[in-house]
Design a protein around this ligand. Structure first.
Ligand code: EPU
Length: 330
């Protein structure tokens, strides 16, 4: 375990915000968390790769960051393998490993930044797959009393970019390991049009390469241009609202989202509102994917938020729909 007081966070958040944490603790095993439980200076933030948050200011409490490593087989059946992965493992290292081993289920989630533990909290998703589709169990330690608790996939209350760990149990448990159930038999998921077109022979390797190529063509590299992927969620709206939009714009893209509901891509709405490629001070709406806000250099959390709020207001004026952020303001 490593404890750093007044820890600089610039290299630990993909927006590149130049802020500090009062205390940052890198933990290496569940026992580290058990030793700290109940003693942490509040507020407590459990952070992964810092790829989905926006620091508005210095953080006055304790940040916990997992260094728990390891990818091990925890069981096998005829068609599945159960794999236990440390919460501090870089998500894409695990995807690369699974592809190498011939394990199916996470290849569509290639190249998503962040760690395994944060991925399970955020329910990361892309190209028709969400991490919850392959999660069996999330193993945690209570930050209040140090007890270990395993959550089944159902108990995690997963929804679109949501879980119990972001809602009713926010800040109360830290993830130590995640157990995944991956397929041993080919099971390509090519429902997403652009992916289907890019993959001729659907091997694990080819799907992974195609996903990486599509992502690279649309999403900025945080090493070059600070960002946190999609800044907003795609809103799910009643069919009546969607019909109103379609009357204005017959070409509006959409996805079914359950009984009487439709998911409308926020990136498309932001583009129609005229924001794609436009800047407000040092914050910019990315020119290749309007759902991404970028730090063009020296932006503060307030700069990014001003752009986000302005975009939200313009989208509301044009479509009558209020966007919610996927990125968490801290
Ligand atoms: N679109 C536009 N203009 C834009 C951006 C998108 O018209 O500037 C249109 C596209 O043409 C397409 C539709 O909107 O018809 C959807 O765009 P895209 O396929 O790029 O995906 P998205 O809905 O914008 C979501 C996820 C991404 C994920 C992709 C692919 C959310 C908030 N975002 O984006 O996830 O990679 O689908 O599955 O659900 C992330 O969460 O950080 C992330 C990158």
């Amino acid at each position: 375990m490593k404890i750093t007081e007044n820890c600089p966070l610039k290299g630990r958040n993909t927006f590149g915000m130049d802020v500090t944490a009062r205390c940052l603790i890198d933990y290496s095993c569940p026992e580290d968390l058990q030793a700290l439980a109940g003693e942490l200076q509040q507020p407590v933030l459990v952070m992964g790769g810092g790829s989905n948050l926006l620091f508005m200011d210095d953080f006055k409490g304790t940040i916990l960051h997992s260094l728990i490593e390891g990818i091990e087989i925890a069981g096998e059946s005829d068609d599945s393998v159960y794999v236990r992965v440390g919460s501090g493992v870089t998500w894409d290292d695990f995807v690369a490993y699974a592809v190498l081993k011939g394990w199916w289920g996470i290849e569509n989630l290639s190249a998503i930044p962040g760690d395994v533990g944060a991925g399970a909290v955020q329910n990361i998703g892309a190209y028709g797959v969400e991490i919850k589709d392959v999660i069996e169990t999330v193993q945690t330690v209570s930050l209040e009393d140090g007890t270990c608790r395993d959550f089944s996939m159902e108990e995690c209350e997963y929804a679109y970019r949501q879980s119990i760990f972001k809602n009713s149990l926010k800040g109360r448990y830290a993830v130590t390991y995640v157990i995944f159930r991956l397929g041993l038999k080919p099971c390509p998921k090519l429902g997403y049009g652009a992916l289907r077109q890019a993959v001729e022979d659907p091997t694990l390797k080819n799907i992974r390469s195609a996903v990486i190529a599509i992502r690279n063509s649309k999403l900025p590299d945080p090493q070059v241009l600070g960002n946190a992927g999609s800044f907003f969620m795609n809103p799910v709206v009643p069919e009546s609202d969607f019909e109103r939009i379609r009357e204005m714009y017959p070409d509006v893209p959409s996805y079914p989202a359950g009984e009487g509901m439709v998911k409308v891509p926020a990136g498309w709405m932001i583009e129609k509102a005229g924001w794609k490629g436009r800047s407000l001070g040092p914050a910019r709406c990315y020119e290749k994917q309007a759902l991404v806000l970028v730090n063009t250099g020296g932006a503060t959390g307030a700069d990014i938020r001003r752009l986000a709020d302005t975009i939200t207001a313009d989208v509301r004026n044009l479509f009558g729909i209020t966007l919610s952020t996927e990125v968490n303001y801290i």
